[in-house]
Design a protein around this ligand. Sequence first.
Ligand SMILES: [Zn+2]
Length: 122
Amino acid sequence: MNKQLIKNKLLAERQRLMNERFDLSTTTDDLADSLDLAKSDSERSFSANLKARNIEALVAVGKALSYVDTSAFGQCLSCEEEIDFARLEKNPTSIFCTECQEAAERVKSKFARHKNTGVLGE
Ligand SMILES: [Zn+2]
């Protein structure tokens, strides 16, 4: 397992996300100027959404970076099987093997569907 390679990828990804974050704030300001502060709610929530996703990604990268130097790195956090290196290379923030990740996604989408039936109707 080439940890250094994964670590470099994570560091590069963190840099990219930080830059993106900077871009997001300038884009929002530009948008506000050009629209003379008459931004619609949908545009506002679109950029808020982007920011939330960006922060989420940054947190995931930070977590993976703190994990990469431990001996547990490369092991699935759930079943402790070794995570496929190709998978880690493609997605360095993976902390679960494919199987456990899919199981987690299933639970997540179930939860999301449940949430969508809520009164707020998001
Ligand atoms: Zn697993």
